[in-house]
Design a protein around this ligand. Structure first.
Ligand code: PHB
Length: 385
């Protein structure tokens, strides 16, 4: 059965004991559409996290998975079903910033805790923050702001930017531009490509080439990242205009599909499997054993979301209200290093790694060039109650 066919089926984890609380979890992820691979990886990480850390709590977890299809109206209907019909205690997931923006008011109004396991929408931990929304993944600004400063420090002066035309594309590029310009850089051109509709990037690449830029900076993810990186190379731009981006551009999840076109691309992200610490070594080994591939940043979001949920239930939290509160206070050392949640916004605080995709012994791998210190996001209008 495909993951999409499995969506909607409930599965129970952990052996139930007489006194154990059962926590019903709604997993809201794309199992189809341009981010389907991301949804599958988050789910794989989440299930591994439940298996790995489940013994730390008496609670048991029943997981009901629903496919958002990366479509805000579909996601809204699925979230409503999980919250009202299935009566879940907590929701985990959401990949697209557009989907997160669409379900935010419903989650907040219903008082159902949501652990965001990907979508970086800055507003969800900014002006639209909520005590029920805790993000364990990243925010769009958090990943891209450090890269503006870093790139200007490398002597790059003129940049052309590209990203899909939706909330994440605009916010990721916005974060980069803010710090790049503050460091003296100049944006010589900028385009936003129709999201989930652009197959031919040629016209945009021609504009980038003619712009007088020293380099190109982009955000693309999933299927769009694979097409973009391949077309950038076949267009002959790579030798001429170095390609930079947010880390998702050359994610370990699909860098093999990009192939040699990804070699030499430099990107900034919050997780690469080459991070050198004990928790990461254990995670990489367990994930590889189970899935026969290296984990990505998406897998780590799922894994850490499961761990956060387990930590919250281990404090005795079991209903929506107490779970929401406990989730805001989790902190642990994981594959990414020490993680905490900023009480001012409910967003994760974590370092950012600048990495280059290079050829390794077993194919493409991630060479960390710099680690930029963890910084909490500005509150961006968040007034947490
Ligand atoms: C988002 O829409 O927030 C998003 C999607 C895919 C990514 C990163 C962010 O890889």
């Amino acid at each position: 059965m495909t993951k999409a066919a499995l969506a909607g089926l409930a599965t129970t984890f952990c052996v139930e004991t007489a006194s154990a609380e059962q926590i019903d979890v709604g997993l809201l992820l794309p199992f189809s559409g341009v981010y389907a691979a991301l949804g599958n990886d988050i789910e794989a990480g989440f299930r591994l996290g439940l298996d790995t850390f489940g013994a730390e709590t008496d609670a048991t977890f029943e997981v009901i998975a629903e496919d958002t299809e990366v479509k805000p109206p579909v996601a809204l209907a699925k979230a409503r079903k999980l919250m009202l019909q299935d009566n879940v205690d907590v929701m985990v997931g959401i990949v697209s910033s557009g989907v997160l923006g669409a379900v935010r008011d419903m989650v907040d109004g219903a008082g159902v805790p949501l652990i965001v396991a990907n979508a970086g929408n800055d507003e969800a931990t900014g002006v639209d923050c909520s005590p029920y929304i805790t993000r364990i993944s990243f925010s769009n600004g958090q990943v891209n702001r450090p890269m503006g400063t870093w790139l200007a420090g490398q002597g790059v002066e003129k940049v052309y930017t590209l990203a899909p035309d939706y909330a994440a594309g605009r916010q990721m590029i916005g974060g980069f531009v803010e710090t790049f310009e503050a460091a003296g850089g100049e944006i010589v051109g900028q385009e936003f490509t129709p999201f989930q509709q652009t197959q031919d990037f040629g016209p945009y690449l021609a504009q980038a080439k003619a712009s007088g830029a020293d380099a190109v900076y982009v955000f693309y993810a999933g299927g769009e990242a694979i097409s973009f990186v391949k077309q950038y190379d076949s267009f002959g731009l790579k030798g001429e205009l170095p390609l930079y981006g947010s880390g998702f551009l050359t994610s370990p999840l699909y860098v093999a599909a990009e192939g040699p076109a990804a070699e030499g691309v430099i990107a900034a992200g919050h997780y690469v499997p080459t991070i050198d610490n004990e928790a990461n070594a254990a995670f990489v080994q367990a994930f590889e054993a189970e899935n026969d591939r290296l984990p990505s940043e998406f897998a780590v979001h799922g894994y850490d979301a499961a761990r956060a949920l387990i930590e919250a239930t281990a404090t005795g939290a079991a209903d929506r209200e107490s779970l929401a509160q406990a989730l805001r206070e989790v902190s642990f050392g994981g594959p990414r290093g020490q993680l905490s949640i900023d009480p001012a916004t409910n967003n994760i605080v974590q370092p950012i790694h600048v990495y280059e995709t290079v050829a390794g012994e077993d194919g493409l791998t991630q060479k960390v060039l710099a680690t930029l210190p963890a910084e909490a996001d500005p509150a961006n209008g968040c007034e947490m109650n």
